[in-house]
Write a protein that binds this ligand. Structure first.
Ligand SMILES: O=C1O[C@H](COP(=O)(O)O)[C@@H](O)[C@H](O)[C@H]1O
Length: 267
């Protein structure tokens, strides 16, 4: 057996990085700085910035302080969805609609062709729709070459009180999915029932994954996620492969119940 090189990079996922801020506005400002840094590094690497975003509380926190920042190179962004609810894009449950209301519609420089939606008006079958979205990812990430996984520059995630993230729910069989990049779920415990989600292998391959959490109702779950060695909750299973990192950026009240070490903010 070949000896392990003494300075070989670790293959073990790094521990999550937890940073907390006094309130949602501070969280939002620092999130904007973080996204801009990720954007700049991505543009330097490949002259484009691939982002997957979630719905829920995230779009508002993201939109509030990034709109109008002169450093943002909107023309370089390619935006995908970490998950989507299978409702029309203008429905109030649609993650696209939330993102559109809070961000996209306020940034004319970000063209509709740069936003990769999961659109039930084009295809209503959840299986077919997830295959079609996976194809969009393959086209965007691989061109004509084949790649094992897309490597997003940044994935922004939320976390529900049950520990779900994307549309990956506790105890659900989709947590075991290792082949597909995108998968349908038709029995979501949280309405609406029908959704499409990125799978864990895609989250694990990203350069950076950032959970964005605000409010004291997230506190008990965040403590479980960071301290649960058994990794039973979906959010605790998101551990990017080195050199990828996972961050939890949150308000102080979200972090109030965890004993996990907080890191000083530095960019
Ligand atoms: O259903 C969903 O919930 C999660 C968490 O939402 P939040 O409102 O607690 O932030 C969200 O990240 C996901 O995109 C959405 O489909």
């Amino acid at each position: 057996m070949a000896p392990i090189a003494p300075n070989a990079p670790s293959t073990q996922p790094a521990d999550p990085i937890l940073v907390s801020f006094p309130d949602q506005d501070e969280l939002s400002k620092h999130l904007a700085d973080f996204v801009i840094k990720a954007q700049n590094e991505a543009i330097e690497r490949r002259n484009k910035f691939t982002l997957a975003t979630s719905g829920g509380s995230l779009p508002k926190i993201l939109g509030k302080n990034i709109i109008g920042r002169p450093e943002v190179r909107w023309d370089k962004w390619q935006v995908f969805f970490a998950d989507e609810r299978l409702v029309p894009l203008d429905h109030e449950d649609s993650n696209f609609r939330l993102c559109n209301d809070e961000l996209f519609s306020k940034v004319p420089e970000l063209k509709r062709s740069q936003i990769h939606t999961i659109d039930v008006s084009q295809l209503d079958d959840a299986e077919e729709l997830s295959d079609e979205y996976e194809k969009q990812l393959r086209d965007a990430f691989a061109g004509k070459e084949s790649v094992r996984h897309p490597v997003f520059d940044l994935i922004l995630l939320g976390m529900g009180p049950d520990g779900h993230t994307c549309s990956l729910f506790p105890g659900h069989e989709l947590l075991a999915e290792r082949t597909r990049w995108v998968a349908p779920i038709e029995d979501s415990p949280k309405p609406p029932l029908r959704r499409i989600t990125l799978t864990l292998p895609v989250l694990e391959k990203a350069h950076r994954v950032v959970f964005v959490l605000s409010g004291k109702e997230k506190a008990p779950t965040l403590a479980k996620v960071l301290e649960d060695e058994t990794k039973s909750l979906p959010a605790s299973r998101v551990r990017p492969t080195p050199p990828g990192d996972v961050y939890f950026l949150c308000t102080d009240d979200s972090a109030a119940e965890t004993k996990y070490t907080r890191t000083e903010w530095k960019l």
